[in-house]
Ligand binder design. Sequence first.
Ligand SMILES: [Zn+2]
Length: 58
Amino acid sequence: MERIRFCTNCYRYTLKKICPTCGKETEINVPQKYSKDETVAYYRRKIKKESFDKHENN
Ligand SMILES: [Zn+2]
């Protein structure tokens, strides 16, 4: 199962262990400020869509 990770440097959600934007290691624990269910659900859908698009393009 996918774990949402969070870059505390970019304030960006990702599924990668290393932030694709800044290269910093991401955190598993999303800061509480950003962990509202709606927000996580939004980014989960967004990330899934991005992953799907990348897969399709490759
Ligand atoms: Zn980052």
